[in-house]
Design a protein around this ligand. Structure first.
Ligand SMILES: Cc1cc2nc3c(=O)[nH]c(=O)nc-3n(C[C@H](O)[C@H](O)[C@H](O)COP(=O)(O)OP(=O)(O)OC[C@H]3O[C@@H](n4cnc5c(N)ncnc54)[C@H](O)[C@@H]3O)c2cc1C
Length: 442
C-alpha cells in the first residue's frame, strides 16, 4: 500500500485503499489480457503508409455520443486535466493517447496545489462553489487511487489552512468573507492572532487576526502529474496537436505537428490556455480564454527554522492575497500574484510584492533560500468556471480551469471522462449546466 502524502504534525496521514465506483482491476492484469489487444490507428496525413503503434487494453465501454461504443480516445494536452482525464478513461478500458510537445509545462507546473473550496470562496461566483465543494469531496479517493496505481507519493496532505489578516481593514474583509462562508454552511472558525501564533509560532505581529479552515488541504501538482505520467507510460506522445480531423461532421482524430494523424473514436481538447488555438473547433463555439499570469517562488527552509509553518498560511495584506504552502520535503511555495499584463516571465514587482506581504505575516520567510521563481498563465474564463462538454460529434473540450484547476481536477476529469463515455447524465445536471462550453457562444 502506497502512502500518498507525508503529514506534518497535526496533519492527517493518508494511506491508499479501494475507490468506490472505479474499476479496481490492476492495470497489469488488464494489459496482459491478449484478447483485448488493440491496434491504435496512427496514420501519416493524406492517407500515406500507416505507422503502427500497438497499444494495450482497449475495450468497449458505453456510448460515445453517436450510439456506438467507444474504445479509443486521443487527448490534446498533458496538463493535469488531460492527464487525469486520460487516467480515468484508461481505467474504464479505453485505449488512450495524449499529445503534448512539453507535458506539464503550463499552469500545472507553477501551481501551489491548494485544495481550497472554502478559502477560495468569493462573492458572485455561485456556479463555481458547488464544483469546488464536489471536487474537494472527491479528492482524497482520487489522490489515493493515483498514488496506489503509480506507487508514487502525490503530496496529498490534509493539514488545514489559516487565513490571516495583515491589518484592521484586512480583518474586516476577512470577517465579511467568514459570514458568507458560514451562510453557505462551510466549516470555518474565527481565532485570535494569539491563538494563531500559538499554533504557528512563525506568525509575526503583522498577523492581526485569523480564521482556521479545517477542510482546505493540499496536493503537490508536480508529483500528481508525475504519478499520472508513470501510469500512462508511452501513451503520452511528445508532439503538439495542430488540428482536429473530421470524417464528415464527426471528429475522428488529431493531426500532430510530427506529421502523424492520431485517429480515435473520441477526441478531447484539454490544452489549457491554448485549447482554442487548435484548428477545427466548431465555428459556432466561442471559448474566450485569457491568460492571467501568476508569479510563484519556491524556497528551502533552513534546518534551524524547520518546519517554518505546519499548515497552509494564506493572508490578505492590504487587500492583496498571499499564501505560503509547506511541503513535506521542508520547502515552501510562496504565491501567487495575479496579473493580466504582457510580461510572460517572472515579474520583479511580483516577487517584491510576494516577499513583502509574506514577510508581514511570517517574517522568517526572509531567512529562506529561493531556489525557483516561476511564472505561468492561468487559463482564465469570463466567469472563472471551466468549459467542459461535447462540442461536436466525437469532440469534447475541457478547459478554462483558471485559478482552481488543481482542486477542480477531480471533478473536471470525471465530468470530461463521463462525457466521452456517454455517461454525463449520471452527474448532477446543475454541475453540467454550469460548465456548458457553449455558454459564451451566440
Ligand atoms: C501561479 C499559479 C498558481 C496556481 N495555484 C493553484 C492552486 O493552488 N490550486 C488550484 O486549484 N489551482 C491553482 N492554479 C490553477 C491551475 O494550475 C490550473 O487551473 C490548471 O493547472 C489547469 O490545468 P490544464 O491541464 O487545463 O492546463 P495546463 O496545466 O496549462 O496544461 C495545458 C497543457 O497543454 C499543452 N498544450 C498547449 N497547446 C497544445 C497543443 N496544441 N497540443 C497539445 N498540447 C498542448 C501544454 O504544453 C500544457 O502542458 C494555479 C495556477 C497558477 C498559474
Amino acid at each position: 500500500m502506497a502512502a500518498i502524502g507525508k503529514s506534518y504534525d497535526g496533519g492527517v496521514p493518508i494511506s491508499a485503499g479501494a475507490v468506490p465506483g472505479i474499476d479496481e482491476t490492476p492495470l497489469a492484469e488488464r494489459a496482459s489480457n491478449a484478447d483485448r489487444f488493440y491496434l491504435m490507428r496512427v496514420m501519416p496525413p493524406e492517407g500515406g503508409m500507416a505507422v503502427n503503434a500497438a497499444a494495450m487494453g482497449a475495450a468497449s465501454i458505453g456510448e460515445g455520443g453517436t450510439g456506438d461504443p467507444s474504445s479509443s480516445v486521443v487527448i490534446a494536452g498533458a496538463g493535469i486535466i488531460g492527464l487525469a482525464t486520460a487516467w480515468r478513461l484508461l481505467r474504464q478500458g479505453l485505449e488512450v493517447t495524449v499529445l503534448d510537445a512539453e507535458p506539464v509545462s503550463g499552469a500545472t507546473f507553477a501551481a501551489a496545489g491548494m485544495l481550497a473550496p472554502v478559502a477560495e470562496v468569493v462573492w458572485d461566483q455561485p456556479t463555481l462553489y458547488p464544483l469546488m465543494v464536489e471536487s474537494g469531496k472527491l479528492y482524497r479517493d482520487f489522490a489515493q487511487a493515483i498514488a496506489e496505481e503509480s506507487g508514487h507519493d502525490v503530496g496529498y496532505i490534509e493539514n488545514s489552512t489559516f487565513v490571516c489578516a495583515g491589518d484592521a481593514a484586512d480583518r474586516q474583509t476577512l470577517s465579511e468573507l467568514v459570514e458568507l462562508q458560514h451562510d453557505m454552511g462551510m466549516e470555518i472558525n474565527r481565532i485570535t492572532a494569539t491563538e494563531a501564533r500559538r499554533a504557528e509560532p512563525a506568525l509575526g505581529p503583522g498577523c492581526v487576526g485569523a480564521v482556521d479552515i479545517p477542510g482546505d488541504h493540499q496536493v503537490n501538482p508536480r508529483l500528481l502529474a508525475d504519478a499520472l505520467l508513470t501510469i500512462l507510460e508511452d501513451r503520452v506522445i511528445r508532439t503538439r496537436a495542430q488540428e482536429v480531423i473530421y470524417d464528415s461532421d464527426r471528429a475522428i482524430g488529431l493531426r500532430g505537428a510530427d506529421g502523424n494523424d492520431y485517429l480515435a473514436d473520441e477526441v478531447v481538447l484539454a490544452a489549457g490556455l491554448n485549447t482554442a488555438d487548435i484548428t477545427g473547433l466548431p465555428e459556432n463555439l466561442n471559448l474566450p480564454l485569457r491568460p492571467v499570469y501568476g508569479d510563484v517562488l519556491r524556497l528551502r527552509v533552513p534546518a534551524r527554522l524547520q518546519p517554518l509553518v505546519t499548515r497552509t498560511i494564506r493572508g490578505v495584506v492590504q487587500g492583496r492575497p498571499v499564501y505560503i504552502v509547506p511541503r513535506a520535503d521542508g520547502t515552501v511555495v510562496l504565491g501567487a500574484t495575479s496579473r493580466e499584463d504582457d510580461l510572460t516571465g517572472v515579474s520583479a514587482e511580483g516577487v517584491h510584492q510576494l516577499l513583502r506581504d509574506a514577510y508581514r505575516l511570517v517574517p522568517g520567510i526572509l531567512d529562506c533560500e529561493i531556489y525557483e521563481m516561476t511564472a505561468r498563465a492561468r487559463p482564465g474564463s469570463p466567469d472563472d468556471v471551466p468549459m467542459i462538454g461535447r462540442v461536436a460529434p466525437g469532440l469534447t473540450v475541457s478547459t478554462g480551469y483558471f485559478r482552481h484547476g488543481i482542486l477542480l481536477t477531480a471533478i473536471g476529469s470525471k465530468l470530461t471522462a463521463d462525457v466521452v463515455a456517454g455517461r454525463e447524465n449520471d452527474n448532477n445536471p446543475a454541475l453540467l449546466s454550469a460548465v456548458d462550453p457553449f455558454r459564451f457562444s451566440d
